[in-house]
Ligand binder design. Structure first.
Ligand code: FAD
Length: 470
């Protein structure tokens, strides 16, 4: 039994934002025994009818799963996820070819964002030392005193004090605004020219309209569409395209014409009428990449999740990285005995290079996913990487595998990738050179009409020199 004394001693942790990362983080702090107060701008999404928000479903992978596991939530979430073992590439002619994500048995999971958020809020509430305060919008706060001001939808406002403020209020974080006023705070934000739009592909005769065990991709260089399966046998299709292009399409017929040109196989699956209607339901949404450092102010405040690092969604790592933030912070809390004045700077030191690395990788994949998957060289190199990984599983690990199926620190995964790439490309070059030398030897023994060979040989050499890393 806890004495009144201990309860008043108990430190208050305010988690601002009850989205995916905030709700999970609340569990982490509650588990450590802090008095946790979550402040969320929205109404309780478990009661609200319409849940506004970004993407309907998300790809959950190893890092996110590990973070859920530590608060006993992994099974609950995984059991409602749909495994996706491979990308399914749709060509213009409608041909479908799978490219596995990893080895046999490795997969990512399509999970429902709203359900995940609800489950995490419910889990946080099971701790008696946690309060969820909905309809509380952080308006302002002081880094000196830790005093926060919240406004409510009825116009009232209240002030709250906390020992530690954890900013989990997303890409447009209100907590982060105070950081921007401070000296030596680095900040950059970049909007990419692409927007995204979600379209639903309904079931056909009560079954999935396409194979559900895959993340379907229609790569069209400047455009791209992807589709992830849902438990109700629908697919959520996301169309990524430059805003200019979105705006060019102004009528239902133009939508169909556009789909006929680029995604003809999807038209009957989404449905002509639905396409004509849903394209205009909501405007395309913007995507922003935010990088900053440090992630903390003194011993008072720390940023996590999208508030610290909004990344473009092309590596499927935004939430996973935010969930991993919670593990990393928790581990440092353990090492440094929950001393905020030591934990916060250490968290910045450890985590900034990794979150910056995944931000860069996501931006890199922005091009890779829509363009490179169409290139023969890219597909060839994926196969080479996978074969080498099978032969030398400890030496060569594909980048995607390190990012998605391990907890290798993001920045180390990038370093290793650059090294592997150099080694593999050199190996391929040596192999090609070896073949050329062998060929020359055979030719010397058996001289043919040289004139006939110069052209093809030159071409081959041009090819080798033109081989650039993807
Ligand atoms: P959010 O989910 O944005 O939550 C922030 C919360 O803070 C919200 O509930 C908001 O209401 C609240 N809030 C905001 N301001 C205030 C305030 N002033 N006061 C109080 N509360 C406030 N990630 C993946 O891992 N895999 C994927 O496949 C994937 N796909 C994506 C697809 C798209 C199209 C997009 C846009 C993102 C995708 N992501 C994916 C990224 C993922 O959505 C984010 O990384 C994740 O939602 C971050 O969680 P968060 O809790 O930090 O922020």
């Amino acid at each position: 039994e806890e004495s009144a004394d201990r309860q008043t001693e108990r430190k208050v942790v305010a988690v601002v934002g009850g989205g995916l990362v905030g709700a999970l983080n609340a569990c982490y702090f509650a588990k450590r025994g802090f008095q946790v107060e979550v402040f969320e701008n929205r109404e309780d999404i478990r009661k609200a009818k319409i849940v506004k928000g970004r993407s309907i479903n998300l790809a959950l992978s190893h890092r996110g799963r590990q973070a859920l596991k530590r608060v006993g939530m992994e099974e609950k979430i995984v059991s409602k996820g749909i495994p996706m073992h491979a990308r399914m590439i749709h060509s213009l002619t409608g041909k479908q070819s799978p490219i596995p994500y990893g080895k046999k048995g490795q997969y990512i999971l399509s999970v429902d964002r709203a359900n995940l958020n609800k489950e995490l809020l419910t889990e946080a509430e099971t701790y008696p030392n946690t309060n969820l305060n909905f309809d509380h919008k952080l308006q302002d706060w002081s880094a000196e005193t830790g005093l926060m001001t919240f406004v409510r939808s009825d116009g009232s406002s209240n002030q709250v004090q906390a020992d530690l403020i954890v900013g989990c209020d997303g890409a447009f974080s209100a907590i982060r605004k105070q950081f921007l006023r401070r000296s030596r705070f680095n900040y950059s934000q970049t909007y990419i020219p692409h927007g995204y739009m979600e379209l639903t592909m309904p079931p056909i005769d009560g079954e999935f309209a396409m194979k559900p065990g895959f993340l379907h991709i229609w790569p069209r260089n400047t455009f791209m569409m992807i589709a992830l399966p849902n438990l109700d046998k629908t697919f959520t299709c996301t169309l990524f395209m430059p805003f200019d292009e979105f705006e060019k399409i102004t009528t239902g017929d133009e939508v169909i014409h556009f789909f006929q040109n680029y995604f003809p196989d999807a038209i009957p699956l989404i449905g002509v009428d639905a396409l004509k209607r849903d394209y205009f339901r909501l405007p395309a949404q913007a995507m922003v990449s935010v990088k900053c450092s440090p992630y903390h102010i003194g011993d008072k405040c720390v940023l996590m999740g999208d508030a610290a690092h909004a990344i473009v969604p092309f590596y499927g790592q935004g939430m996973n990285a935010g969930f991993e933030d919670c593990i990393v912070f928790d581990e440092i809390m353990e090492q440094l005995n929950e001393d905020f004045s030591a934990v916060l700077p250490e968290y910045t030191r450890v985590r900034v290079p990794d979150d910056h690395a995944i931000a860069d990788l996501a931006m890199y994949n922005y091009v890779e996913m829509r363009a490179h998957v169409n290139s023969k060289w890219f597909i060839f190199r994926k196969h080479v990487d996978n074969v080498l990984h099978l032969l030398m599983p400890k030496t060569i690990i594909p980048l995607y595998t390190m990012v998605t199926f391990t907890r290798t620190r993001y920045h180390q995964a990038v370093e290793r990738w650059h090294w592997q790439d150099k080694v593999i490309n050199r190996g391929l070059l040596l192999g090609a050179a070896g073949a050329a030398v062998g060929g020359a030897y055979l030719l010397a023994k058996n001289p043919p009409d040289v004139g006939k060979l110069v052209g093809p040989a030159e071409k081959m050499w041009d090819r080798i020199l033109a081989l650039k890393t993807p």
